[in-house]
Design a protein around this ligand. Structure first.
Ligand code: MN3
Length: 198
């Protein structure tokens, strides 16, 4: 296996009731694992097998790109979640950047939730660093900020498989639950620091 399915950074039942163990059994154990399996099948015996996943995503296209990007997006997504997370970020660089670029945490939350909910069909909502400023955006299907020269700081998976077990069709409720209860601000802060260091 060239590319590995990273272990979840929390126990499968640690995010309940906001994200159930059953959702993680399917979302991580079937969907994410499936993208990694298909990616490995596609690169087996090729030069791509030895590449860094990020480099592969920047250069790939077609089905290879879709599986590589989904592998990366999901690994990133799990790290954006933590039990006891969410709500306004603690005082520090992330809180300062949110106030600078959105005016307030409440405005940020509203913009991020709307952007995530408004993605038509499958995709991802993102907080990205774009020219030194934070902004929110969404991408369709497997598309990822890496492909647009942007640095991802946080994401919410808004494919139906992310929320259908726990929230049925209520995508906005799922998004609000993540933003209020699970968002891992320490991981966001680390991403912002890494970007500043280049
Ligand atoms: Mn997913």
């Amino acid at each position: 296996m060239s590319f590995e399915l990273p272990p979840l950074p929390f126990a499968k039942d640690a995010l309940a009731p906001f994200m159930s163990a059953e959702t993680l059994e399917y979302h991580y154990g079937k969907h994410h694992a499936g993208y990694v399996r298909k990616l490995n099948a596609a690169v087996e015996g090729t030069d791509d097998a030895g590449k860094r996943l990020e480099d592969l995503i920047r250069a790939a296209d077609g089905g290879l790109l879709n599986n590589a990007a989904q592998a990366w997006n999901h690994s990133f997504f799990w790290r954006c979640l933590t039990p006891g997370g969410g709500g306004a970020p603690p005082a520090g660089d992330v809180a300062d950047a949110i106030n600078r670029d959105f005016g307030s945490y409440e405005q940020f939350k509203s913009d991020f939730a709307k952007t995530c909910a408004g993605q038509f069909g499958s995709g991802w909502g993102w907080v990205v660093l774009d020219g030194g400023r934070l902004r929110v955006m969404s991408t369709a299907n497997a598309d990822t900020p890496l492909r647009h020269g942007l640095t991802a700081l946080a994401t919410v998976d808004v494919w139906e498989h992310a929320y259908y077990i726990d929230y049925r069709n209520a995508r906005p409720k799922f998004i609000e639950a993540i933003i209020d209860n699970l968002l891992n601000w320490e991981f966001v802060a680390a991403n912002l620091r890494d970007a500043a260091l280049g």
